[in-house]
Design a protein around this ligand. Sequence first.
Ligand code: TXA
Ligand code: MG
Length: 331
Amino acid sequence: MQTEILKPNKETYSFASKLINEGEVVAFPTETVYGLGADATNEEAVKKIFIAKGRPSDNPLIVHLSDKKDIVKYVFSINELEQQIIDKFMPGPISLVLRKNDKICPIVTAGGETVAIRIPENLVARDFIKACDKPICAPSANTSKRPSPTIAKHVYDDMNGKIPLIIDGGQTTVGIESTVVKVEDNEVYILRPGKISKEKLESELKCVVHEKFKPGKVVESPGTKYTHYKPRCDMILVKTDVINTIANLYNENTKKGKKVVIFCKQESLKYFDGMNAVSIGKDSNEASHNIFKYLRDYENNDLIIAEYFDNGTMVDGLYNRMSKSCSGNII
Ligand code: TXA
Ligand code: MG
């Protein structure tokens, strides 16, 4: 199959809509990462997403809509706190898990009773969904286990020959995937951290917010269990005695003949003079915007040594992605 990359415009949207309504898969930009979209009401189309990604069928997909008023069409009910989340954070980088009705195919939700709903802030995403006039289920547009794509070229690298169209909306702004939340007993549970933080949810919603993604397991169970967002080379995330540890690791590994790159804060660059070091941002927000792109751009090294970011509002989201990228290899 020929994979076309087209800029977003009227003709592209009508071509994309035709493909989606024929049961094909189309990649599109959102503010977080690129998504691999299909008609969530067409089982055969959704199967193609799982095949193109090599994704296990027990991992449910997020359903993307262009307008808040469409949410009621696909869910069983919305309570007061859920409605507040919709009113305050959508459109935006958040996915809300709700009880689904039978309009969404079981394959989308991996047979479960709930569906994650997201309304992207990105206008290209919303125009594309609107043009299709269908609920669009979409995982990140990478091959399973690879870093999520934040530019059209990275989608192409993974999906060339597997899907007919990639809509090129430039580099995504947020850079890591949406915050996934669920309401239980009038309290909010964060299932996956993202740009919308615990603090932001608490201050806007005035309710208790739990971090369900944070069992402390990442550090305790390093190794093969974590197969998400992985670059093709080794990676170590450094949290302790950061500058000395990174410099020592760099020297040890280059002496062994390895090609090493350091991903660090802008302010730390000065400590790594003469070493192959790149700034991935001044804080966790900038680093989140860059991380997946840099992981792919620098994976031709033998080793990435990354600095932990403790500043900005996306500390949890960035740490969650980086700790998976390095398979729990954290010092
Ligand atoms: O920002 C994003 O969310 C991007 C863009 C494309 O919108 N999408 C994305 O999709 O990251 P994916 O499939 O790569 O990740 C979806 C996450 C998975 O961790 C999945 O387990 C969780 O959301 N999820 C989806 N439906 C769920 C549900 N009904 N209950 C709990 N978790 C769910
Ligand atoms: Mg993903």
